[in-house]
Ligand binder design. Structure first.
Ligand code: GTP
Length: 240
């Protein structure tokens, strides 16, 4: 039997993963796949918090480049994460997995407000807690929201599930000779500007010694394998 190395995790999902083969919005097959993968991890008794991005619906940074005021664009992006959170909640509950959505922006008709102590209770009761609307403040990414929530819920690790296999020395989509790291330090990620997450998110993990795992979500079993300490993707740790 696989034994989890981490008992409580914060899983960061990019909104773009939900696109699947579509150009916009949510591919329900991907949603179903993600829900299955999360269900698989939950059977190990691991407590799971999730932060999901909104890039499949709206990207604040791009919109601001096109002339929408940055703060407004970021708030629109946060609303996109709320949509993804509700979609994921639905997919998880379809599989009988109890969930709660907590939002950083009050929208009490559709989600609980973010209350740290309440989130912890939900986790202890085996509920998957989905944190919507990022940090609730503009100029912060959902990666930063993921590090922040990971710290707040005292997660043992932050798992960043993406579309590539791990952290590379250059963009693996554009450069054929890109090399993936199995392990790397936070400082190296920052000094080499490796763009795996924004610098605020990486610095927060470094300053609080939070292990960060970056791996491909699209391969079945990857989330479970990472949690069980198998050498999947890239692990970012403090320099010894
Ligand atoms: P326990 O107290 O541990 O049993 O947690 P609980 O979440 O089941 O308790 P509660 O009775 O507070 O919540 C019951 C349901 O109402 C859950 O599905 C919550 O997600 C939901 N809920 C609670 N507060 C809010 C809120 O402010 N807004 C919305 N939309 N739903 C809420």
């Amino acid at each position: 039997m696989d034994e989890p190395v981490y008992k409580r995790i914060l899983l960061k999902l990019s909104g773009e993963v939900l696109l699947g083969d579509s150009a916009f919005g949510i591919d329900t097959n991907v949603l179903k796949f993600v829900a299955e993968e999360i269900g698989n991890v939950r059977t190990l008794g691991v407590q799971i918090g999730i932060v999901i991005g909104g890039g499949n619906i709206f990207r604040g940074v791009e919109a601001s480049a096109r002339g929408i005021d940055r703060a407004s664009a970021d708030y629109m992006g946060m609303l996109a994460t709320a949509m993804n959170s509700l979609a994921l909640q639905n997919a998880l509950e379809d599989r009988g997995i109890p969930t709660r959505v907590q939002s950083a922006i009050e929208m009490k008709e559709i989600a609980e407000p973010f209350i740290k102590r309440r989130a912890m209770r939900h986790l202890e009761k085996g509920r998957v807690v989905i944190f919507a609307c990022g940090t609730g403040s503009p100029y912060f990414t959902t990666d930063t929201a993921a590090s922040l929530r990971a710290m707040e819920i005292q997660a043992d690790a932050l798992l960043k599930a993406t579309k590539v296999d791990g952290i590379y020395d250059k963009d693996p989509v554009k450069e054929k000779d890109a090399r993936m790291f199995n392990k790397i330090s936070y400082t190296e990620v920052l000094t080499r500007d490796l763009k795996v997450m924004d610098s605020t998110a990486v610095s927060m993990c470094r300053d609080n010694n939070l292990p960060l795992a970056v791996f491909n979500l699209e391969k079945r079993g990857n989330i479970r394998d990472v949690i069980c300490g198998k050498p999947i993707g890239t692990i970012v740790e403090s320099e010894k």
